[in-house]
Write a protein that binds this ligand. Structure first.
Ligand SMILES: Cc1cc2nc3c(=O)[nH]c(=O)nc-3n(C[C@H](O)[C@H](O)[C@H](O)COP(=O)(O)OP(=O)(O)OC[C@H]3O[C@@H](n4cnc5c(N)ncnc54)[C@H](O)[C@@H]3O)c2cc1C
Length: 387
């Protein structure tokens, strides 16, 4: 066991931190207030290789290992959670899924494009009536000649309005008891695909969540990702990877919130003393720190497991459960440390509090992570746990 960064990872970390603090942090407030994705930042991120972070060099990627990739998302999230999630969705849900399941032709066509930022990726899985249970999709993939017609609608498609490429999940065999799903690579300008309105959100206002309509959208069979009927397994594997990246994002925003709380408490005086000297405030700070350090080891270990090619379902669920809980706890307590100022938009902690709330929902709600963890503990005893 080695708890040191390699020399290469130290170098990456300083590059990521520099980029996040110089390019992302100064635009975080504007991104939130204007409710617009930071396109200029994304363009610069592509030039640094961050949009093909874990792709191999032959696909024009940066070839990062998953622990280093986690550090990238963590540093971005310290500066702006919306930006971190745009990048994490693009990399973990889209680029890595094509790398894992795409044919050589699909990889050759789409991966260099994604790595260069010529197309931003989006992942269209959930529907109005299919959320945690995404086996029940009503979007249909109807076989026709040498392709499919996609019919239906998707909700909460993050990156929707800025995406050039969508992975769309649809039922190709509605009789297969919820498991007859297939995945498709659909370019944004494909006739029949319409990116519709954006849902107003509590936080993460730089991350657009759009409704997507598929109105007899014709996709050639060559654009099916993986085998017919493999869609459920593809979505599950993509979500495991994404949950680990969300852990990095939770780590970053929690660290930034704690730093803001510590700074504020060391400047604010009440009753003739710094509030840092009040035990109630110290308790908030210490509890936040302990939770963050617990999350850190779960996240770094899960990144390492990914690089070993291990099954990460349980590790990803542990990370995701703790990610949502820690980010919510820390941002809430740091608002309290700020007192009334914490409720003012003038202080970044208000944005962090709104943004962090999403981490218990996006990528699968916390309750379902508990089910996954319980399932893996009861499995050896032969006790079946159903969601
Ligand atoms: C910021 C953000 C970004 C998103 N981005 C995307 C995206 O890019 N692509 C995409 O497809 N989707 C996206 N989503 C959708 C997200 O994945 C879903 O919101 C999430 O999976 C939950 O589904 P749901 O909202 O339908 O809730 P539901 O599944 O209806 O759940 C409602 C509540 O019931 C609980 N529940 C449900 N089943 C069980 C059970 N068996 N046991 C215990 N509790 C249960 C849930 O935990 C939750 O508390 C995004 C959501 C957010 C908030």
């Amino acid at each position: 066991m080695d708890f040191h960064w390699s020399e290469e990872q130290e170098m990456f970390l300083s590059l990521f931190r520099d980029f996040a603090q110089k390019e992302v942090a100064p635009r975080a407030e504007e991104t939130d207030h204007q409710e617009k994705p930071p396109m200029e930042v994304l363009r610069k991120a592509a030039m640094q290789g961050f949009l093909g972070a874990t792709l191999p060099e032959e696909q024009m990627g940066a070839g990062l290992d998953h622990v280093s990739y986690g550090l990238l998302i963590e540093e971005l999230a310290k500066a702006c959670l919306s930006t971190a999630l745009i990048v994490a969705i693009h990399n973990s849900l889209v680029a890595e899924t094509i790398l894992a399941f795409g044919s050589p032709e699909q990889q050759e066509t789409y991966l260099p494009m994604l790595a260069a930022g010529e197309a931003i990726g989006a992942f269209a899985l959930n529907e109005a009536d299919a959320g945690a249970d995404f086996s029940r999709l009503t979007t249909q993939a109807v076989r026709q000649d040498d392709g499919y017609l996609l019919r239906g609608s998707k909700w909460w498609v993050a990156n929707g309005e800025i995406a050039g490429l969508f992975i769309v999940f649809a039922a190709s065999d509605p009789t297969a008891n919820g498991r007859g799903l297939s995945a498709f690579l659909v370019e944004a300008d494909t006739p029949g695909l319409k990116v519709a309105h954006r849902e107003p959100t509590l936080g993460l206002r730089g991350l657009p969540l759009n409704v997507l309509y598929l109105d007899d959208c014709r996709v050639p069979a060559a654009n099916r990702l993986g085998a017919e009927g493999e869609g459920y397994a593809i979505a599950a594997a993509a979500l495991d990877r994404f949950r680990i990246a969300l852990g990095s994002a939770a780590l970053g925003i929690s660290e930034a919130a704690l730093a803001a709380g510590v700074r504020f408490a060391s400047e604010r005086k009440q009753f003739d003393a710094l509030i840092a000297q009040k035990q109630a405030i110290q308790n908030f700070i210490a509890e936040a720190k302990a939770r963050i350090e617990g999350l850190r080891y779960l996240v770094y270990h899960a990144g390492w497991l990914l690089d070993q090619g291990a099954d990460v379902e349980e590790a990803a669920a542990l990370v995701k459960l703790w990610a949502g809980e820690v980010a919510r706890f820390v941002t809430d307590k740091m608002v309290q440390v700020h007192g009334g100022y914490g409720y003012m938009e003038e202080y970044p902690i208000a944005r962090m509090y709104r943004d962090a709330r999403a981490l218990g929902l996006v990528g699968g709600p916390t309750e379902l992570q508990r089910v996954t963890i319980a399932r893996s503990l009861f499995a050896p005893l032969g006790v079946e746990i159903l969601p």
